[in-house]
Design a protein around this ligand. Structure first.
Ligand SMILES: [Zn+2]
Length: 396
């Protein structure tokens, strides 16, 4: 092992206590006091390791180690320090602390490194006022102008602070992120490391079916224009269609009916439809298939409005090979797989080659306080990250 497993686990554990509420899980949203405390903790560890520490305009944290060739662009590695409400200790912090451990190990062991290396803790990956992956999108310069001044002010930011956070992509060689899988794929197969080939895209739609409210006792069944029933029939047809596909997933996570009274036939059903796939074309195909099923409903008026469209992201083949080589050196099993969740690597892939490594999630559970990864898997992940960084340093 090149990394110090015990030190890495102890630091990760200490970071996991900041904002932790017993019985509830993590309470560490971006721009909160517990978040600031977590960032100060990591900054202090970075300083202790002899890294040059800096925070940008939006609050992303960087710890920099110089390489032997100052003319080369930076290899970046990290993840985010904020958490979803009631989340776990590993979603985000694992990648930040593993990047810090990589920097420490390179420095201590005097491992050859040509490029500068930066460990990064991004802010506000988990969404909130400015939407997900806010910190990394700000750094990548991918936030749309005009910037929402009021929303920014609510967390103490100005458009100028956001703009000043943009980094020159030509000075970044690549970005590599270690993250928990947040799904059951690796654990079920007994594989140590997952190497994502891409990050699935997300399409989200607001769907509405409008019928007619009426008395639930006196209106004959055949004469009803029941928005609830129409939606139920539509969704059962839709899920039968999706069950036959292995290249996409979908979710209806918000559903409401109007007026919402036991004795009234509902006149309106509204829900969100979310579709995810590694291929934009599959998302488009699924959305049109849904629209066809929707427009078949004759007893109600229907509408389907797009809310969000984030295209699928391809991750760097070179970094996938580097990760595979790292796992080979360590003698641990690995597999290429898609990432079903979005990560800071997604915006980063928009400006530089980006790669990821996954470690197993116990029971496939994440975004919950029960989120866990066995210590051996965490250390294997950190070691694989360091070796991938070194391999990328040699290849890029
Ligand atoms: Zn995450």
């Amino acid at each position: 092992m090149l990394v110090s497993g015990d030190r890495f686990l102890a630091d990760l554990d200490a970071l996991g206590r900041i904002g932790w509420v017993e019985g509830e899980g993590m309470r560490r949203p971006a721009y909160s006091p517990s978040y600031d405390e977590a960032r100060r903790f990591v900054a202090a560890k970075m300083k202790e390791a002899g890294l040059t520490v800096r925070t940008d305009g939006v609050g992303n944290l960087f710890g920099r180690l110089e390489g032997s060739d100052p003319s080369l662009p930076t290899i970046m590695s990290g993840s985010h320090l904020d958490a979803v409400p009631g989340g776990g200790k590993y979603d985000g912090p694992l990648g930040v602390m593993a990047a810090l451990e990589a920097a420490r190990s390179i420095k201590e062991r005097k491992l050859p490194l040509r490029h500068p290396f930066e460990a990064v803790g991004f802010t506000a990956e988990e969404g909130g006022e400015m939407g997900g992956t806010f910190g990394s999108r700000a750094m990548a310069g991918l936030l749309d102008e005009p910037l929402p001044e009021e929303k920014l002010a609510s967390v103490g930011l100005t458009p100028e602070m956001v703009r000043s956070s943009k980094r020159d992509p030509s000075r970044i060689a690549c970005y590599i992120e270690l993250h928990i899988e947040q799904g059951p794929f690796l654990e079920r197969r007994g594989i140590s490391i997952g190497i994502p080939t891409g990050i699935v895209g997300i399409g989200r739609y607001a769907v509405r079916l409008t019928g007619e409210a009426n008395h639930a006792g006196t209106t004959p069944m055949k004469e009803r224009r029941d928005a609830m029933r129409e939606a139920a029939e539509l969704l059962s047809e839709w899920f039968a269609w999706t069950d036959a596909r292995d290249d996409m997933v979908c979710n209806v996570g918000v559903f409401s009916i109007h007026p919402g009274a036991a004795a009234v036939v509902p006149d309106r059903a509204e829900f969100t439809l979310e579709i995810r796939s590694l291929k934009d074309s599959v998302m488009e195909e699924a959305a049109s298939a849904f629209r066809r099923l929707l427009e078949k409903r004759t007893r109600v008026a229907v509408s389907m409005e797009p809310l969000i469209w984030k295209g699928a992201v391809e991750l760097s083949p070179l970094l996938q090979e580097a990760a595979e080589k790292a796992c080979g050196e360590m003698g641990v099993s690995c597999v290429r797989m898609p990432s079903g969740a979005s990560h800071d690597a997604a915006p980063m892939a928009g400006i530089v080659p980006a790669g990821m490594l996954f470690v197993p999630s116990a029971g496939g559970i994440s975004h919950a306080k029960e989120e866990a990864t066995p210590p051996d898997d965490l250390v294997r992940g950190a070691e694989a990250l360091l070796r991938t960084v070194l391999e990328a340093d040699a290849r890029l």
